[in-house]
Write a protein that binds this ligand. Sequence first.
Ligand SMILES: *Cc1c(COP(=O)(O)O)cnc(C)c1O
Length: 428
Amino acid sequence: MHGFAYRNGTLHCEDVDLEGLANEYGTPLYVYSANTFRDHYRRLDQALEGVDHEVAYAVKANSNLSVLRLLANEGAGFDIVSGGELFRVIKAGGDPKKCTFAGVGKTRGEIEYALKHGIYSFNVESEEELRYLNDVAADLGLIAPAAVRVNPNVDAKTHKYISTGKSENKFGVDFERIADLYDRAATELPHVQLRGLQMHIGSQLTSVKPFVEAVEKVAPLATVLKEKHGIEFWSIGGGIGIVYQDALGAGSIDWWDSQAEQDRPLTLAGYGREVVPRLRNLGLKILLEPGRAIAGNAGVLLTRCLYEKQGSAKTFKIVDAGMNDLIRPALYEGHHEIVPVKEPGSERKVVDVVGPICESGDFFCQDRELPEFGPGECIALMSAGAYGFVMASNYNTRPLPAEILVDGSTVSVVRKRQTLDDLIAAEL
Ligand SMILES: *Cc1c(COP(=O)(O)O)cnc(C)c1O
């Protein structure tokens, strides 16, 4: 469910006409729906009812200060992957005591910064890192709260670039070796407090099965670690997938009701129904680290068609957004539904939608049948709220797009479009 739908012939975000926004603020333009962020956060929070829990939003999915502020106001915790993200959370009024710090390559500077702000847990990815954390904490005369990430060796059945829970991935410590690591740490690392256990098996999982498999496999370990080392939490990671294919349709409850039982995509409630009973009796606080599930369908990227180029083999619609603005299709074959902002008629055509960047990977779709639109018209790349703007770059010396947050009928520019001067401001 999300806040984007056609109303009176044009695509709206909540009560705001996107055609008007594109005209006023220019394109490419990211537009987010505040109430969709809230709704997803609340649904997840409710899905975990029945177990002591916290939803720690994965900041890397969309780290705009206004988005973080909105989620902090909902009571969210935050899962961060850099010192920069902690800085953002603090600036947005988030509570460092509700922050977990993930990632395989934390630097001394980042560890010191997070220690001084009293974060809830360092989610550590190797024995080497745990020892380093102990040393840095000792130098500061502090105790570092930590959880180790277990790699449960479960196949998440997602794209290989966003699968993280198999032994061949760089993430976490092997399931078979982790209990020994906790035992060693308890005796050898006095500046580490073993506070929890963490896992995260991958991103964009559209079936609940791998989650269930991982939870069932790791639950006995969590119990042992609680009894032996007094851990208080288990973070079961993020990774809940969203609907990309029929993203516009999936904004309404009717669409969900109309899906046949066997191909209904994973819902947040459905996720909770399967995992909560398997977690309820562990006596541990359960953390969830969703990024995409909260942000993905809360945003779109608006772009305007510049040219229609008739090649000998194909028709190209050339638009003013490129892979520097939204890299998911080029990076991991990410699919974004493409819909004209002006409600289309029945005419459809097979086209490639491409950007202006000098790379053949710079496309938003290939050989896809789309409703007809022409030069001067705006289209929306749906499901661009997560891993969209945060991955944007200045490649080809293109200014970063603006970001707009819509809340009901209120429009806020939550990040200004970069100017040409911004582009060179840090250079000699
Ligand atoms: C990226 C990441 C997440 C969030 O993943 P989503 O698929 O966006 O939910 C959660 N935890 C960790 C450790 C991550 O690296």
